[in-house]
Each structure stands twice: as C-alpha cells, then as structure tokens.
Design a protein around this ligand. Sequence first.
Ligand SMILES: [Fe+2]
Length: 319
Amino acid sequence: MSLLHRGIHRLGYAWIAAKDSRLLKTREFYTRELGLLETGSEPHRVSFRCWHEPYKFSFVVDHRGTPGLVEIGFHVRDDNDLETFQQKLTAAGVMVDRADANSVLQGLGKSLAFTVPAGPRIRLFATMDLLGYVTGYEGPDWVAPKALRDTAAPLNINHVAFTSPDPVQASAFFSDVLGFLVSETVVDEAGKTISSLLFRMAKNVGGQEVAIYPGKEVKLHHVAFTKEDASDVMADGYYLRSDGVTIDLLGPLRQPYGNTFSLYFYDSNGIRLELCSGGRMTEVHPEIQPVVWSKAHLREALSYYDEALVPEEFFLPCV
Ligand SMILES: [Fe+2]
C-alpha cells in the first residue's frame, strides 16, 4: 500500500513587492549576497530558487509602488486537489480566483488564489516547471555550487511569517480549511492563541511553513531559508555583517519557539529575512501534539539567551 499525502505538500514560493524600479539592487543582493539562483525575469519582476531546489522558483520579487507580501504559493498534489480545495473554499464562503497556466507567474501551472481571513493571499498550484537539481540527479555533490560559496547559499525556502490582527481566526483557517497542523503555539493568560507555527510537511528543519504573529494588520514579517546547522548560520552572520548587511535584533539567536538557531537580517529593500537551522521534527500524523508556550515566557521562547529582547518589538512587521 502506498502512502498518499493529499492536499498541500510543500511551500512553493514567497512573492513579495519592493520599491526597486529596475530590480538591480534586488538582483545584486539575492544572487551575490544571499546566494540564490536567478531563474526568470520579466519587466518589474525577478524570480529565484535556492541551489538545492529542483523547481523553477521559490522566491519572486516585483517592483511595485507599495512594498509588501503579494502572496504565498503552496504546491498541491494534483488537479484533483485543486478541485477539492475549490469546493472546500467555496463552502467556507471564501472567494476563489482561478488562473490559467503561465498567466500569473511564468512557469506556474493553473492555480487558484484566495485570501485567508485575517491572513495573506494564498495561491495553490499543482504543477511548476521542474528544472532539476543544479548538481544533477546522478551521484550529486551535496555541496553549494562553487559560484555561490562566498554567499549564504541556503538550501531551500523554509517558511513565511506574517502578522495578523486575528491569529486565532487565521490559524483556524490554515488548520480547518487548508489542512495544516499546529506545531507550536503561544497563548496569553486566558489561553487564547496569539501566535502559531503551522506545517503540512514531514521535515526535520524548521517544523513550520507558516508562522502567524500578532499585529495590527496583515503584513510580512519575514521569509526564512534553510541552512544546514548553527555554525553555518553563525558564519553567515559574520559575512553578512562584514558586507554591511543590516542584522536584525541582537544577532544570531537560539529560538526555542520553533527550536531553531536563527539569524534575522534585512535585504536591500528592507525586507526581513531569516536563515535557520534545526527545528522541531514534525510529521503529518493525528498523534502529533503542539508545543505550547505561555506569553509570560515569550522572551525566552523567542531568544533563549538575549534578556534585552522585547517580544512586542520582535513581532513588528517589516513592510
Ligand atoms: Fe522564522
């Protein structure tokens, strides 16, 4: 008997907007500093993938007058899943926009998009152009390509974090309608959820594809990429800082909430990014239970060693 994981099976991409009219600074930052591979460009748009990813893109930047999170893309198994989601979303009273292949983003198959209540715009797709590993599939060297070795060169996109005026509602929608499971949650004194990390993939790095933080509006908080281990993240911190990249908060930090070792910093457009390693081992199984943090211990949950960290400041969105 084969295992069949229906529905969403991976985080496909983060699509953001920034003010960078010719996207020259964006290209420079993401290829020469972060170490992504440019895989497509259109007027006012550039797309990238990480060197360990086989699909055409996982990160898209548009030049627009208003910076922010455009949408998050999730890959579903097949067209049947798209149909099932259309029915489920319609039954939940959510308006769905369907789009033909290559009409929204080059290389993306047909898709459907909708807005999560108190959350971001989401697009579901069943196919994306598959370029294959840059290392090839036959006896690959699992090391960053030589051209990227003086950059951070993360392995893959890990998760997207956004703020929500109603984390309970947004989190419930991801669980009930989109089939995510809660990996970790932060509750206030009354037991109400103020933040949660959710996942759909069994994986041992990050344990989350979506992070919901409290905030006045739905805004981008950060996009995270995977690194192999904490020493990797620490070294990247040195190099990024040495290159003049603005490091966020207090530098590399041990983050029990999500169980990662993380570094937060800003791209050339003021978009907050994260490099992370570690994470809770998650699996899509009915017996998995969320880790629960109380608001009273939020500072330690967000940064184990940094007593100066202010949780309310940590949750501030970037754009
Ligand atoms: Fe994160």
